[in-house]
Unconditional design. Structure first.
Ligand SMILES: O=C1O[C@H](COP(=O)(O)O)[C@@H](O)[C@H](O)[C@H]1O
Length: 340
């Protein structure tokens, strides 16, 4: 992958993107569809999608933290120091995205192993796992220091680990079984417990790993600070098991909580809370396919009202680097009026 595949970040003001049609606060399995395309993108923030294989557009959104020139020179690599940066990568197709995602993850692995002797990685379930497949191939299969990885789940369904709905099973079959991470460093939930019990048990395990220094702590928020969260987003804008309009979005007193009425089956799940997600050092938000274009459009638009934010819009790093990995289909509602 060419050097241009490495995320770049700028500090263009967010208000140049006009708003998308409102996504209904919906409950799966009804998948929200946005009827009309996003409104026009101002020229200065056009999304440029070319036929090149490298990511073709990078822009910032939300909370610029330093002058553009300083930011641009600071943030030329996935492995630069985190400082609240935001970026969007758009790839022609998922195949190309998966190559870049592997490089990005491998670079961060190298950085954190060098700096702190461990790499704490949080996985989601869903389509994300398939997009990690290039990590299980050469050169990463041989070059990544898998022995230093510690793997967690941002959410998990309360089902046995060999159940088709298990995020652990999905990750094991598609990723973990193909790389040499020590099994003791793969932190699955206790599937013998209730949802409440499993959430509490997982939080207790995290506290132990914080105490022994495997998991870092955010000096800004005091919550655990994972090195990298590899997240997906549902068509309704949900992340982890935090769904639009659900009270769990406002839980701050717990690191891990549970849901028994998930609008997307299965109903019982555990999930990291938003403050934990937002304390990460790096987040890769991996979103592909036209079915998610409405939520992407809303999330990357600028007109926010505090009352109707999608969960994905509430993911905002306090002191880290947030990168959207998308394909053309996922940004198609942004692309509609942009010149290419
Ligand atoms: O239920 C879940 O859905 C989301 C999104 O999944 P996707 O297949 O649409 O990418 C996933 O990120 C989450 O971990 C999972 O439990």
């Amino acid at each position: 992958m060419a050097a241009s595949a490495v995320p770049l970040f700028s500090t263009a003001p967010t208000n140049r993107l006009r708003h998308c049609p409102q996504l209904p606060v919906s409950r799966l399995p009804e998948i929200p569809r946005v009827a009309s395309p996003c409104e026009t993108l101002a020229p200065a923030t056009r999304i440029s999608l070319s036929a090149a294989t490298a990511p073709t557009h990078l822009r910032s959104h939300r909370r610029p933290t330093s002058p553009p020139s300083a930011m641009a020179s600071k943030a030329t690599s996935a492995a630069t120091a985190a400082s609240g940066k935001q970026g969007l990568l758009v790839f022609d197709r998922e195949e190309v995205l998966s190559v870049s995602l592997a490089k990005y993850t491998a670079e961060l692995s190298e950085k954190f192993v060098r700096e702190r002797g461990a790499f704490t990685v949080v996985l989601s379930g869903g389509s994300l796992i398939m997009s990690l497949r290039k990590l299980t191939e050469s050169p990463y299969l041989e070059s990544v220091d898998w022995a230093k990885w510690h793997v967690f789940w941002v959410d998990e369904r309360v089902v046995p680990k060999d159940h088709e709905d298990s995020n652990y099973k999905l990750a094991f079959d598609g990723f973990l079984s193909k790389v040499s991470i020590p099994p003791g460093q793969v932190y699955a939930i206790n599937d013998a417990l209730s949802a409440e019990g499993a959430a509490e048990d997982y939080e207790t395990a995290l506290k132990h790993l914080v105490n022994v220094g495997v998991v870092a702590v955010s000096s800004v928020t005091g919550y655990p600070r994972f090195d990298l969260m590899l997240l997906g987003m549902g068509p309704d804008g949900h992340i982890a098991s935090l769904f639009p309009g659900h009270p769990l979005l406002h839980v701050t007193e717990k690191w891990v909580t549970f849901i028994k009425d998930s609008p997307k089956p299965p109903p019982e799940r555990i999930t990291f809370t938003l403050p934990v997600i937002n304390s990460s050092a790096y987040i890769a938000m991996v979103v592909t396919g036209a079915g998610k274009a409405g939520a992407v459009c809303k999330a990357l638009g600028s007109e926010k009202s505090a009352s109707d934010l999608l969960p994905v819009e509430m993911a905002s790093l306090e002191d880290g680097e947030f990168t959207w990995f998308t394909d053309k289909a996922a940004v198609s509602m942004l692309q509609g009026k942009a010149s290419v």
